[in-house]
Design a protein. Structure first.
Length: 83
């Protein structure tokens, strides 16, 4: 398994135009990031907003350890492991 870095996610979130992606965790759980405003980086994790409310903000968030991100999938394509 390849360890994802803060720089990997910083580059993904800064792309213009933004390209939505899915995080697949080592547990098999998956989270979609459809807008750069729906993800926040820390030194060791990416927080992903889930369940958008009527106001357009996340209803909740999930803390995803960078060590446990197994793959990043561009939405609408097949899975690829990022190296």
């Amino acid at each position: 398994m390849v360890v994802m870095t803060v720089q990997t996610f910083r580059e993904l979130l800064a792309q213009r135009p933004f390209r939505p992606f899915r995080l697949v965790m080592s547990s098999g759980q998956a989270y979609e990031v459809r807008h750069p405003e729906m993800a926040w980086l820390t030194r060791t994790a990416i927080l992903v907003g889930v369940g958008e409310t009527e106001e357009g903000v996340p209803a909740e968030y999930r803390i995803c350890s960078l060590l446990h991100v197994a793959t990043i999938e561009p939405l609408g394509t097949t899975a690829t492991e990022v190296s």
